[in-house]
Design a protein around this ligand. Structure first.
Ligand code: DP6
Length: 418
């Protein structure tokens, strides 16, 4: 099977795209239509081997309308997807207008063909992980390949194309623009009102700091949360702490964490990550009415991380929380066993674990030092009660979207049933 499946009258491509987790949080829009943020943000792209969205796009002049299947079930295209699709089509139209003869097959230009889109996450929606970033980044990347929006002339042209794909993803969901690049990625807020300078930029590739690892502790989340999209606008309208964050804090922090990444200074990286997560949740609490994303388990995890670092005498672990109670813990490869072992000591019940490496530690291979650290925590925090953490996902820093051969639609553009 080739990566591009096309008959003479159809084009089909499939991509996978990663999840990213911000260490400097995006929270607030200055333009809700174009999705232009009130501050720059910065994230770590996670490995697609562990978490990804897969999307197949098939365009054909034979189709009589746009269709979408999520996890094999047909759904209507939502507003965000339509925004991305319309913009991708209009970029395609520009290409066709500049080279009219090449692009017209069957008398109808490709930009006018209907699309069939199928998408699937390799992580359960029930895991409570935000899938909009990987989902819309995957849609934008796959459409970019289908419509020939990646200019492969030379390195510079390719780079420019991907920057533009990040802007295509951004208009679907802000954080999605950062999933267009691997490694460590900044979403530069820009200043212009048309969004032309608001884009993702790679700060460092995965190869710069491949030792960066993450454990995602999926916390039980029964409460209905306020969506990021609506929550952040209430913050913009009501929080005074938010104004302080924009004026005094976030730019300096972004520069400092970029330096920490360049110098591979984990302690500095970790400290800024925790400070920014804490400030983001403080800003949520300062929103009127207040927004609570952290639950009792999240708070125990925060306490755990600080006690862990204190017992160790160095900052070896940090946490960050998005718009929900799940913790993402970052640390360096060499501390993997120590971190996992100490977490194992502090959970009353073994949660679902995907990684064999973590499973091994949980099933008794606990380092002596983990036991010592856990002992030192006794009396300072209680263990995380059963059900508090329902699943642990182990992953690391990863690459950006990739073209792949395993597609979700068959040669005629309909879902492959498994
Ligand atoms: C807390 O990107 O989901 O995860 O632009 O409205 O789609 P929209 O919001 P979204 O917000 C993400 C907020 C966050 C922080 C972050 O990822 O930077």
């Amino acid at each position: 099977m080739t990566q591009t499946q096309a008959t003479k009258d159809s084009i089909q491509k499939t991509c996978i795209a990663p999840v990213n987790i911000a260490v400097i949080k995006y929270w607030g829009k200055r333009d809700t239509e174009l999705i232009l943020p009130t501050n720059s943000s910065l994230s770590v792209t996670l490995d697609t081997a562990d978490l990804h969205t897969r999307t197949t796009v098939h365009v054909s002049p034979e189709f009589d309308g746009d269709k979408f299947w999520l996890n094999g079930v047909e759904e209507a295209l939502n507003k965000r997807m339509k925004t991305v699709l319309n913009e991708a089509r209009s970029r395609r139209r520009e290409l066709e207008n500049s080279a009219p003869r090449e692009s017209s097959v069957h008398g109808k230009p490709i930009s006018e063909w209907s699309v069939h889109i199928a998408s699937m996450n390799n992580f359960p929606t029930a895991a409570g992980l935000a899938s909009s970033a990987s989902g819309l980044a995957c849609l934008a990347s796959t459409l970019a390949y289908v419509y020939g929006l990646i200019d492969e002339k030379n390195e510079m042209a390719i780079q420019r194309s991907w920057t533009s794909v990040s802007q295509l993803a951004r208009i679907g969901s802000g954080s999605a623009c950062r999933s267009i690049f691997g490694g460590f990625v900044e979403w530069v807020m820009g200043g212009s009102s048309d969004g032309s300078d608001s884009m993702a930029v790679q700060v460092a590739p995965k190869a710069h700091w491949p030792e960066m690892r993450a454990l995602i502790l999926v916390a039980n989340d029964e409460k209905k949360e306020v969506s990021s999209t609506s929550g952040m606008q209430t913050t913009v309208e009501t929080s005074t702490l938010f104004k302080h964050r924009l004026r005094e804090v976030v730019d300096t922090r972004t520069e400092e964490i970029k330096d920490a990444i360049k110098n591979k200074d984990f302690a500095k990286f970790a400290e800024i990550t925790m400070l920014d997560s804490n400030q983001f949740h403080s800003v949520c609490l300062d929103t009127y009415p207040p927004i609570f994303y952290l639950n009792a388990t999240s708070k125990l995890i925060i306490r755990f991380v600080h006690l862990f670092n204190e017992a160790l005498g160095r900052i070896a672990l940090c946490y960050t929380f998005d718009a929900g109670p799940n913790a993402v813990l970052y640390f360096i490869e060499k501390d993997f066993e120590l971190v996992s072992g100490t977490i194992a000591c502090m959970l009353e019940e073994v949660p679902g674990i995907d990684s064999p490496q973590v499973k091994k530690i949980f099933s008794g291979d606990i380092p002596v030092q983990s036991n010592e650290i856990a002992d030192s925590m006794r009396g300072k925090m209680r263990k995380i009660p059963p059900g508090g953490v329902k699943r642990i996902i182990s992953t690391r820093v990863g690459d950006g979207p990739q073209l792949v051969s395993e597609s979700l639609l068959d040669q005629s553009g309909y879902p492959i049933l498994k």
